[in-house]
Ligand binder design. Structure first.
Ligand code: SF4
Length: 330
């Protein structure tokens, strides 16, 4: 059973005179215990907005968020769902030591008052996130810690609440490259030990490939493809996902073979404005396979078997084979 679900969620933000940013449209997603879903896309694709709707920082414009199958209410919500932000430097109060940050979460969510018990739980949390020996970290201020250590404290604080769901919004992107793998391994261990449902938000398909069980790809506010990781990576069934994978560094491929999707000078152009997004398939101005049907009509979801799905007219028009036989290398 899903712990947390988004059903047909949309989130719009009014801007200027009568303008609306359509940040997320028709988002449907289920997070299951013990599984990691990667939500992948360029900046501006709507993935962070969706995470904030799931974390109840924003109400959805339409659609609903269900926790344990019931409409999510405010009361007790953050006891079950915790959001980890990208920036470990801004996530901790610089005036308080690590001990205070963790004790506060334990007091608020579990009403733990006993001093010895608080100390025991604080040290245990630090050990769980591999800040060991915990006694060396518990009295430090955030500025005395590295970025990776701060992010571990942020994760420990989230765990203090004993959540069922962790939403990680680019949790490694501001960390030194040398410690990113350690952080991904930590998240995987927490999934295994606690049976957490984890949403891992990233623009980096390589880290999604390493960590997650399932991948959902967003483009311009819409989910365009999803399914088990092996399926999506090995046989992407949407042109954007295919370009995303081809543009991702791969040790087995030379740099010259990479498609250049995210370079502003690239012939494929920029992602669209979400104030006036393209009609029909939002990828059509950049899509090498675009056909007349793509502009007026949003492509329906095609279920491809094994939990793999995509929104692309190629599947409805019997042209999916072209996608598999083409490489768009720069
Ligand atoms: Fe390209 Fe059309 Fe598929 Fe959109 S629906 S990705 S424009 S082929």
């Amino acid at each position: 059973e899903p712990v947390l679900e988004a059903r047909d969620v949309a989130k719009h933000f009014p801007v200027g005179r009568r303008g609306v940013v359509r940040a997320v449209e028709d988002a449907t997603l289920a997070l299951l215990p013990g599984r990691i879903v990667a939500l992948v896309g360029e900046s501006g694709s709507g993935k962070t907005t969706l995470a904030r709707v799931l974390a109840r920082f924003y109400p959805p414009t339409s659609g609903e968020v269900l926790l344990h199958g019931r409409p999510a209410g405010r009361r007790g919500y953050h006891g079950d769902v915790q959001l980890i932000f990208q920036d470990p430097f801004g996530s901790l109060n610089p005036l308080h030591r690590v001990r205070y940050n963790l004790e506060r979460a334990l007091r608020l969510h579990h009403r733990t008052r006993d001093r010895a018990e608080l100390e025991r739980q604080v040290l245990e949390l630090l050990e769980r996130v591999s800040l060991s020996p915990a006694a060396d970290f518990v009295d430090k201020f955030p500025h005395e810690l590295s970025g990776g250590q701060r992010q571990r404290v942020v994760i420990a604080r989230a765990l203090a609440v004993r959540p069922k769901v962790l939403l990680g919004d680019e949790p490694i992107s501001m960390l030194d490259v040398s410690i990113r793998l350690d952080m991904l391994n930590l998240l995987a261990r927490l999934r295994d030990e606690d049976g957490l449902a984890l949403l891992y938000i990233t623009h980096d398909i390589a880290s999604a490939r390493y960590l997650c069980d399932d991948i959902v790809v967003m483009y311009a506010g819409r989910m365009i493809e999803g399914g088990p990781k092996e399926e999506v990576i090995a046989r992407p069934r949407h042109p954007y996902t295919k370009l995303l994978i081809e543009s991702s560094p791969d040790p087995g491929r030379g740099e010259d073979d990479r498609a250049v999707l995210f370079d502003g000078a690239d012939e494929l152009g920029e992602p669209p404005s979400l104030v006036s997004p393209p009609a029909g398939c939002r990828f059509h101005p950049r899509c090498p396979f675009a056909m007349p049907e793509c502009e007026p009509s949003p492509p329906p979801r095609t279920d491809l078997g094994g939990g793999h799905w995509a929104h692309c007219w190629l599947h409805q028009k019997g042209r999916a084979g072209e996608l598999e036989s083409t490489t768009h290398a720069a």
